[in-house]
Design a protein around this ligand. Structure first.
Ligand code: GLA
Length: 680
């Protein structure tokens, strides 16, 4: 950095090419820094990455036709957290939306000093001229520059801070306050040795389908199970807690489940709803993609099933072991374990050599009291380039049912509505199909077609198969996913184990709550805690401990399917704890099936809440910011009043009675998750 020290009063030399200029103010020596000279790669934002002197899409910074050679190109929601230690004098610059969005996007720029707003741009739209500020920041320890989405989501919010400079005293330099390394603190006490029944309290089954439900319970073993009111056709294995059989007629049954061990006994109500709707609570399980991706094998699937039992996860309601892509033969891989005939002469799909016995694998998983899931695509090829279901939907559904699968993830990828014209043509040859991805959005009726087709095919099978749609939210799938039989539908592109990905996806679910309900849920993608890596190399998640608490809390509040994405054979204590807090999981599995709504947003602080069947509210107090802050939930925001009991769900601890509001200190990127219920 170039630097000139002045000896005259109020003299200033600035370098346009360099980062700083120096001056003196009164007797004190000051120096001015371009904030673009900080390590902007550490700035957190909900999309893309912040860039020095370039826009988020890596173009020259341009606001309303004006070019700015210096500044930071960022994206809502973002925070530039400055640590000034009381040595700042002045902060100046401008802000606006970059022209690269061609008229789209809107944001609010906000500057907070020691927790107090000192500048606010008001809502700004693309093509508005930059707004400039010059702020006295003397004495402040911290100054945060925020870009917020102006209440309409983050799409196209390419936001530029330009000519951004800070003047500092006494040789001090501005620093980014990106937080220390956090300890992985386990907040939850170990499950009690006395019996506790966990997992879903309501279960849907179709008449005539095989019934398969294992009572999940923690507590010392041996444990015995019994039930009152089990309808005829069903039987309970008192040693394993597995309920099997079948129901002939539609109807609802109230059952009392009991679990007993040497230390005590417990009971819980369980509702069986026999009818057309399955998947009444979000699916809980594991999926191979976020750890193994294209390196999945049958052995790894078996090992995952073993680990789900041995780790005790099964006792908390975790049920599905889902194979993602790469169980089929690959289009053109050189790897012999992905080669072979695609289908037999009857059109039945053939697994690749890594999966020599699909029926045996399904039996193995069922033998552990778990269920098993499979993956396909409505196009000729899956996302990874393996054989998809196009043209063979009914045979595939039959095959999955015959093998004994309980869950299907159906992933758009190579599908193109234009293929439909060839569907019945004799010339149809999947191996020569164009591999074009439909742009989505435009023709809603066409976007539904392939999902409805598989829905029909699954509906004809004599077993219940949870149907998980995956097409990344195209055509507002939440508006019609349930109509085409989806028990869940992905609302976004793929998640990864970074704060910007996880929080960007999670917090952007605001507004989708009206589309979720028992049997049909929004799916913001799978969990990225533990050892992940999209195989074959695995690493610890890059999410900090607080971020992981935020991830699980938010996904539970959102009533999202919970699919563990890590290698369960390598679970550490912290990850296991995150996945086995029954009070937190109850928020996800609540029979009302509600998805939390964002009820307040104040800068980087957000409160999300959902109604629970017992009349309480599950409430997440989130801090998306870079440093600890107090988050408040007011009863008026929740539509409640009077004395309420507040329970901290991660710590499983009552916090006492509160009458108007509850406040908590929440760490960087962290959460306090509570249950608020009228005091009795
Ligand atoms: C898509 C999906 C992922 C995964 C891969 C498999 O990217 O969104 O979840 O299933 O395909 O190829």
């Amino acid at each position: 950095m170039k630097r000139v020290i002045c000896v005259l009063l109020f003299c200033v030399f600035c370098f346009s090419a360099g980062h700083t200029c120096a001056a003196s103010e009164g007797t004190a020596q000051t120096e001015t820094f371009w904030l673009s000279s900080l390590d902007v790669s550490r700035i957190e934002q909900s999309w893309g990455q912040a860039r020095a002197n370039r826009s988020v899409d890596n173009r020259p910074l341009t606001i309303a036709g004006q070019r700015f050679p210096n500044g930071i190109g960022t994206h809502a929601n973002s925070e530039i957290p400055l640590l000034l230690d009381g040595k700042g004098v002045e902060l100046s610059g401008g802000a606006g939306l970059d022209d690269e969005t061609s008229g789209r996007g809107s944001v609010v720029f906000q500057i907070i000093a020691d927790g107090r707003e000192i500048w606010n741009s008001g809502p700004m739209r693309s093509r508005d001229a930059a707004k400039f500020f010059s702020l006295d920041i003397r004495g402040y320890k911290t100054v945060d520059l925020l870009v917020l989405d102006a209440g309409d989501g983050i799409d196209y919010d390419h936001a530029d801070w330009v000519n951004l400079k800070v003047t500092m005293l006494d040789n001090a330099r501005p620093k980014l306050d990106v937080g220390p390394v956090e300890d992985a603190v386990i907040l939850t006490p170990k499950p009690a040795p006395t019996p506790r029944i966990n997992g879903a309290k309501i279960f849907g089954v179709r008449p005539g389908s095989p019934f398969f439900f294992r009572i999940a319970a923690t507590g010392d073993r041996p444990m015995t199970f019994s039930a009152d009111g089990l309808p005829s056709g069903l039987r309970l294995d008192s040693q394993t807690g597995l309920i099997t059989g079948q129901l002939e007629k539609a109807g609802e049954h109230k059952v009392t489940l009991r679990a007993e061990n040497a230390l005590g006994k417990t009971e819980r109500e369980f509702r069986i709803v026999c009818g057309s709707q399955i998947g009444l609570t979000p699916a809980m399980g594991w999926n191979s993609w976020n750890c193994f991706a294209g390196s999945v094998t049958a052995e790894k699937i078996k090992a995952a099933a073993d680990a789900m039992v041995e780790s005790g996860l099964i006792n908390h309601g975790w049920t599905y072991i889902n194979i993602d892509d790469f169980w089929q033969v690959h289009r053109d891989s050189n790897d012999p374990s992905l080669q072979g005939p695609h289908r037999n002469s009857d059109g039945r799909i053939l697994p690749n050599p890594r999966f020599p016995d699909m029926k045996g694998l399904a039996d193995y998983v069922h033998g552990k009291g778990l269920k098993i899931g499979i993956y396909s695509a409505p196009g000729p090829w899956t996302c990874g380039g393996c054989v998809g279901s196009f043209g063979y939907e009914l045979q595939d559904a039959q095959q999955y049912a015959e093998w004994g699968f309980d869950y299907l993830k159906y992933d758009w990828c190579s599908y193109n509505p234009a293929f439909e014209a060839y569907r019945d043509s004799k010339d149809w040859d999947p191996s020569s199909s164009p591999n074009i991805t439909y742009a989505g959005g435009g023709d809603l009726a066409k976007a539904k077609v392939p999902f409805e087709r598989m829905h029909q095919a699954l509906g004809q099978q004599p077993r219940d198969i949870i149907y998980s749609l995956c097409q990344y939210g195209m055509g507002s799938v939440w508006e019609w996913g349930a109509e085409v039989g989806g028990n869940s539908w992905r609302t976004t592109q793929d998640i990864n184990d970074s704060w910007s990905s996880m929080s960007g996806i999670g917090f952007s679910q605001a507004g989708l709550e009206k589309y979720a309900g028992p049997g049909h849920f929004n799916d913001p993608d799978m969990l990225v805690v533990g050892k992940v890596g999209w195989g074959p190399q695995l690493r610890n998640t890059r999410l900090s401990p607080n971020e992981q608490y935020t991830h699980i809390s938010l996904w539970c509040l959102l009533a999202s399917p919970l699919l563990i994405g890590c290698d369960m054979t390598q679970l550490d204590e912290f990850t296991l704890n995150l996945l086995t807090n029954d009070e937190v999981l109850e928020v996800n599995q609540d029979p009302l099936g509600r998805q939390a709504a964002r009820i307040t947003q104040n800068g980087m602080l957000e409160v999300w809440a959902k109604d629970m069947e017992d009349g309480s509210k599950a409430v997440g107090l989130f801090n998306r910011g870079q440093r600890e802050q107090t988050v408040t939930v007011n009863w008026s925001d929740l539509g409640i009043h009077g004395e309420q009991t507040v329970r901290d769900l991660w710590r499983q601890k009552d916090m006492g009675q509160y009458t108007e509001k509850f406040e908590a200190n929440v760490g960087r990127h962290g959460v306090v998750l509570v249950k608020i219920a009228p005091f009795k």
